[in-house]
Design a protein around this ligand. Structure first.
Ligand code: TRP
Length: 359
């Protein structure tokens, strides 16, 4: 099962491409990001059209809690596109969505997470003049007319079919459909959206109505889900703290979590030396493979040595801890030293605050 609010069970990504009617990601980038090279991003819509005809980047985050490394891929890719193609990046923090999604969370808590998430995201190093990050609840005045124009074109049976809304779905969540589509009309270019594939239903609806407004159909690049530390059949999920690596994790707790993480190694050193391990189900290996070991020859050697039994699980995990810590330590320093004003006063942010989008 997979929709924007719930992802459950083992996921066959090849089958999703078929079911969602997307394309296998096969664009020939000259210097692709590791998440593209290693096929973490595996599917797309109209990617070559967007790149060849001009695009901007749109992505977002529902601020329901602290951020963990499973939340990073769309933002890392957004930054890579910004660096590589010199494009604007728009980041929506959908505090409205999280508020209507669950009646258990209160507004001030969501705001606290939203502010903290914004810092985490900006700490990845976006260009202050080409990045606009906003909470939906704050930017709504600039886009309310546009939201209504979008809402007028989406009927309930379409939304129901695409999202699986039911009789007990609250109407806030139903209206939010229009909100998440709004930023795809921030520029008259292709909106290229790096996001988890669970967000695709929004883009399907957007693609049906975009041209009627004189705008471009959404182009998307779809990511997989980060494996849970507990094993491949689950995704990293904030509701299970043992399954995630938080961005504010300290080294001790990182060590503890990786050492407990699901492993493809044998139960004893003896057996491991004889039979070798299975990297394909080993969470430490997969973390290195998808994100933390960029060097192709190194990851290849780790794979072979693990398979043959030359590399032990404990050694693989130690290496993984060091690699992830390198990233986390730097991230935490960046966040500590972040100058938010630089972003709020950047060229694009100023421009967007002056703008009233009408459709
Ligand atoms: N719905 C997303 C979530 O729950 C947040 C979001 C808003 C988003 N706009 C987006 C995600 C655009 C990807 C692209 O996390």
């Amino acid at each position: 099962m997979i929709n924007p609010w719930k992802v459950e069970g083992k996921i066959d990504y090849e089958k999703l491409i078929e079911q969602f009617g997307t394309e296998k990601l096969n664009y020939n980038f000259s210097n692709p990001h590791i998440l593209i090279r290693r096929r973490f991003f595996f599917s797309s819509r109209d990617l070559s059209k967007a790149i060849e005809n001009g695009f901007f980047i749109y992505t977002g985050r529902g601020p329901s809690g602290k951020m963990h490394i499973g939340h990073l891929p769309p933002f890392l890719l957004a930054k890579w596109f910004q660096d590589t193609y010199n494009v604007n990046v728009y980041i929506m923090i959908s505090d409205d969505e999280k508020y209507v999604y669950s009646k258990d969370v209160n507004w001030s808590e969501i705001q606290k997470y939203a502010d903290d998430n914004i810092k985490d995201i900006l700490s990845l190093g976006f260009d202050p003049d080409k990045t606009f990050i906003f909470k939906s609840s704050e930017y709504i005045a600039n886009v309310y007319q546009a939201t209504l124009s979008i809402a007028r074109k989406i009927n309930f049976s379409t939304a129901k079919a695409v999202f699986g809304f039911k009789g007990d779905t609250n109407i806030g969540l139903i209206f939010y459909t229009a909100l998440q589509i709004v930023p795809t009309f921030f520029e008259k270019k292709y909106p290229l959206i790096p996001a988890g594939i669970d967000q695709d239903p929004y883009w399907r609806i957007q693609r049906d109505i975009a041209e009627s407004f004189g705008y471009f159909k959404a182009s998307a690049i779809h990511g997989k889900f980060f494996p849970s530390l507990l094993g491949l059949d689950k995704k990293m999920s904030s509701s299970q703290p043992d399954s995630v690596i938080w961005l504010d994790e300290n080294k001790k707790s990182l060590e503890k979590k990786i050492n407990k993480a699901f492993s493809g190694g044998q139960p004893t050193v003896d057996l491991h030396r004889r039979l070798g391990g299975n990297p394909d189900i080993d969470v430490a290996y997969l973390l290195l493979y998808y994100l933390f070991e960029e060097d192709d020859s190194k990851i290849e050697k780790i794979r072979e040595d693990y398979r043959s039994g030359k590399l032990l699980t404990g050694e693989l995990k130690q290496y993984t801890i060091e690699k992830i810590w390198q990233f986390l330590e730097k991230h935490q320093q960046n966040k500590e030293n972040l100058d938010l004003e630089k972003y709020y006063n950047g060229r694009l942010s100023k421009e967007m605050k002056e703008k009233y989008l009408k459709l």
